[in-house]
Design a protein. Structure first.
Length: 57
């Protein structure tokens, strides 16, 4: 992954597991990667999330 992030999807059925493997049917433009990267904050939190309510953010 260009951003060094690997998602680990949950799948309870064999068919869903196979569909999760079919992930290379698209690509991101440089502008899209930049837009995603610009969402990052220095402390790792996403903007507009209250850590008291959503501790994972």
């Amino acid at each position: 992954s260009p951003l060094g992030v690997v998602p680990i999807p949950k799948a309870s059925s064999s068919q869903h597991q196979l569909s999760n493997l079919d992930i290379f049917d698209f690509s991101l433009t440089e502008e899209e990667v930049t837009a995603l990267t610009d969402l990052d904050k220095a402390d790792g939190r996403r903007p507009d999330r209250d850590p008291n309510q959503h501790q994972e953010f």
